[in-house]
Design a protein around this ligand. Structure first.
Ligand code: 5GP
Ligand code: ZN
Length: 112
């Protein structure tokens, strides 16, 4: 499968890593939308939130259990926003489940 985030997860495409274990990888977004912009992905391929089910949701729970630690490791000290774009209207551009962590500054607006 030709998935850029699977290739980043396997190390085939390099990334600037913030955190990694057997189930997930956190790395800096190549085109940051905030002073600190980290992406967190499960190493196993899931298209997006619609692809989460009872069989694969453990890695998602694990990601959320590490979110604060990852934000801190990226230097975020004063709060952050977590976003996951799912599907066309949300303008998802990479079809591998990922959570954006945005912070490191006062964020400009809120959509939710
Ligand atoms: P989406 O629009 O799907 O929610 O987010 C995809 C994100 O992946 C974008 O913010 C984009 O900048 C980031 N991105 C796309 N390709 C790469 C890459 O090769 N390396 C890194 N570090 N980020 C990428
Ligand atoms: Zn993938």
């Amino acid at each position: 499968m030709d998935c850029i985030f699977c290739k980043i997860a396997s190390g085939e495409i390099p990334s600037k890593k913030v955190y990694e274990d057997g189930d997930m990888l956190a790395f800096y977004d190549i085109n940051p939308m905030a002073k600190v912009h980290v992406l967190v992905i499960p190493k196993t391929h899931i298209d997006n939130i619609d692809g989460i089910n009872a069989e694969n949701s453990a890695c998602v729970a694990k990601i959320f259990g590490k979110m604060g630690e990852i934000a801190k490791a990226a230097g975020i000290t004063n709060g952050y926003r977590v976003i996951s774009n799912c599907g066309r209207d949300a303008k998802q551009s990479v079809m591998h489940l990922h959570f954006h962590i945005l912070g490191g500054e006062e964020l400009p607006e809120r959509l939710a």
